[in-house]
Ligand binder design. Sequence first.
Ligand code: KG4
Ligand code: ZN
Length: 343
Amino acid sequence: MRVLGIESSCDETGVAIYDSEHGLLADALFSQVEMHAKYGGVVPELASRDHVRKLLPLVREVLEKAGLAPSDLDGVAYTSGPGLIGALLVGASTARAMAMAWDVPAVGVHHMEGHLLAPMLEENPPEFPFLALLVSGGHTQLVRVDGIGKYRLMGESMDDAAGEAFDKTAKMLGLGYPGGPRLAALAEKGVPGRFTFPRPMTTKPGLDFSFSGLKTAVLNAVTECQQKGDLDEQTQADICHAFQEAVVDTLVIKCKRALKEARLSRLVIAGGVSANKHLRARLETELKSLKASVFYARPQFCTDNGAMIAYAGCQRLVAGEHQDLEVVVRPRWPLSELSAPGQ
Ligand code: KG4
Ligand code: ZN
């Protein structure tokens, strides 16, 4: 079965074609970051309008890359939530209309299910069951995954998501938008040990996270340096290094704790922050002592993309799942409400 996947939940328009027998055939992405950068964050109305402009050209592009015509497609999958309502509606209504015109089924996909299944697009995919650490701009969750659609939430952030903490800290340091990758790049030049920030909620038992206190600790350090007239590039790099250490340490501690608790030996990391090199490297090393392994997607499939939606949608369409003609989007949608494909 060949499925066209469409992602439009936030500021990236992603389109891809996944074939249940031959794997990923083509993918294309347009990122709106430049457009939103001057506002310091995503402007929802601008995001929706840009999805309208980019979606159909990207659909043509992937069809051309794959050497296919619309009549070669067997289904359309689109992100139906969670995300920005206007942005979701553009993807959902376009996908629904194309599916109707081409007389194929359409299925709505949960954005975070897309993320957590993205490592399945790689050469050595994880087997079920596994633990998933979902770390994106809007979510920080630990989920037990017993199969597609079989998700049990084990822990989550009480306040900011990990990606949000990266972005807000970067903004505090004047690194611009989107801050996460820029902060991570600058952290590589930082001197270890000059600053130390807390590892929130790690000393008490439990699998929940909190990143807002860490953000305040960084703000205090930044203000102190500014007052001393000592916020040069090296100091900024040192703060970035210490912040990244604190977030990564916190995530590693909770992942190890959850793996032990759930008696699992496979960990999947997914979502934008799973592209972080330091997080990947630390987990590779730390999990060895637990005889556990870590799985992740290539960097461009960690952040928002169409391939993960085409893959997840294909699994559901193959099982006979599809939506009626109405266009339904869910800006808020807990992952635990999903069920196995076709059920
Ligand atoms: O999954 P994603 O593309 O969008 C959401 O679903 O939210 O994640 C975006 C988030 C942003 O907060 C971004 O700063 C963060 O992922 N991010 C990173 C890195 N690359 C992206 N954070 C830390 N290190 C990175 N290399
Ligand atoms: Zn995402």
